[in-house]
Design a binder for this molecule. Structure first.
Ligand code: MRU
Length: 370
């Protein structure tokens, strides 16, 4: 997608074929910086510290971290145990997004098809590139599926503005390219539909205000950033035509783990008859987990993310300030779980499907006993 008119992905293998480049998302929207990372541990740190984030991108980054580990293993006395350790470190970097375990296991299996460890780096790089391109292809399909829903709303609204509410950042920064929740929005904009996006600021890390708004700004799409608790009121006032969010993990029964606050938006949407859609590639579905509520592991992050906030000062420097006195207790659950009954539909690479075990198992039967 576009940054100042130039095309970028959120992560790419460097042309030196020795390292990975990432857009450092902790600096946006104030500063556009690209970090070059040459070790698997460096990528694990970038995932943990959220220099890159978003479930699908974490998956892609985990895959490329395995490639870096394969190259590093060549210099190790015991390449097999080096790789085993890397596999564990990478897979567990963040607990909620299932894309990470999915992608890392995929690459690990491909590598282990050869016992010639000298072949591992090439095998891994090819598998990473194939996986990344498949994911990007899936985001394009998600965009086309979601477009159909927006077109139906557009027909009813007869040229009036279509208001879509989204939470967190499920855009191209979170995925590598196009995004999940934003893919239908980008497609609708391309088709000339009059789209306006309500962007939840998304406390505590402000992925909405800092990242989704930045993406939409760069694509020339109309948006308004709102405080997280505004959505319910807007829905009551008829100012939201649909909600689209992404997800970090969807259980087989269609329960959805996404950025904390998503559940409250789903409740408000349900109460106001506003369609609530979740856009996901199949790599976000945990086919082994029957139910999500009480079962999807929810990451607890540092309290400082709640008690501090950063922004830009008059000297154009990013500054962090405390928003409460030191010692006040705080708690930072990074995600919550929306029960499937509040989800109008899942927008997937295979079309719009019901959030239910029956439908997910039918449509993605090739993965169910995976
Ligand atoms: O903690 P984050 O920023 O990695 O959380 C990201 C989200 O919750 C996104 O909404 C989700 O991963 C969907 S991304 C397409």
């Amino acid at each position: 997608m576009h940054v100042n008119g130039k095309t970028f992905r959120a992560l790419w293998a460097d042309e030196n074929r020795k390292s990975v480049n990432i857009i450092n998302q902790t600096k946006l929207p104030f500063s556009f910086e690209i970090d070059n990372i040459g070790t698997y541990e460096g990528l694990v740190t970038a995932i943990k510290d959220m220099q890159l984030r978003g479930a699908p991108l974490i998956g892609v980054a985990g895959a490329y971290a395995m490639w870096l580990a394969c190259m590093e293993s060549q210099k190790s006395e015991n390449p097999v145990s080096f790789l085993e350790k890397a596999y564990d470190d990478i897979r567990t970097a963040r607990p909620t997004a299932v894309n990470l375990a999915f992608a890392v296991s995929l690459i690990y299996r491909t590598i282990k098809e050869s016992d010639q460890y000298k072949e591992w780096p090439e095998r891994a790089l090819k598998a990473c590139n194939d996986f990344y391109e498949t994911e990007v292809g899936n985001f394009i399909k998600i965009g086309n599926s979601g477009l159909e829903i927006i077109q139906q709303i557009a027909e009813k609204k007869k040229g009036e503005k279509i208001n879509i509410l989204t939470h967190c950042n499920a855009g191209w920064l979170a995925c590598g390219d196009y995004g999940t929740a934003t893919a239908p929005i980008y497609r609708a904009h391309e088709m000339g539909l009059p789209i306006h996006v309500w962007v939840d600021e998304t406390r505590p890390r402000l992925q909405g205000a800092k990242l989704t708004a930045w993406e939409l700004y760069n694509e020339g799409i109309s948006f308004t950033v709102i405080a997280d608790n505004t959505g319910g009121y807007l829905m009551q006032e008829g100012k939201v035509d649909m909600v689209i969010v992404g997800a970090d993990r969807v259980a087989l029964n269609g329960d959805v783990a996404n950025k904390v606050g998503t559940y409250l938006k789903a409740l408000a949407a349900f109460d106001n008859n506003v369609p609530f859609y979740v856009a996901i590639p199949s790599s976000t579905i945990d086919f082994k987990l029957a139910e999500g509520v009480h079962h999807i592991p929810i990451e607890i992050r540092e309290n400082a993310e709640v008690s501090e906030i950063d922004g830009i000062n008059d000297n154009n420097k990013i500054n962090t300030i405390s928003i409460m006195p030191p010692g006040y207790p705080s708690l930072n659950f990074a995600f919550d779980i929306t029960p499937a009954k509040f989800v109008t539909g899942l927008i997937t690479e295979k079309g719009i499907i019901e959030a239910s075990a029956k439908e997910i198992s039918k449509i993605f039967s090739e993965y169910v006993n995976y």
